[in-house]
Design a protein. Sequence first.
Length: 134
Amino acid sequence: IRSLAVATSTVFIATNTQNADMLLFDRATASTTPVDVPGSAGALAIAHHDGYVAVGKPTQVESEFFVYSETGELLGTVEVGDAVRAIALTDEYAYLATDNESELWIVDYKKCPELVCEVVRTYNPSDANNPNAR
């Protein structure tokens, strides 16, 4: 287990297991449903808020940020270009800590037309007065 997020009835678990990168653990029945998040590497980070689950993965050819429903339905992705190490979700945005030169990404995770989420802005925290607008 690399990370976890707890909801009322489910624990969402990020694993290093290919083809089961995210596990949905039902707290009432103690049963687990695996979810294969696209890509060849396991998940690094996971977050939950208001019916949404966000997953971060290491650098890969495909996207590194994924948004799911609580039932495991893929809702959207973002190609970050580097590993997503940590995620925080608010009512409005997902905040991603990455290894990219624009280390802090802000994503509208509820706005994902055609499965591509909208990147609102990226920042380099070491130069907070000169954010990288995206």
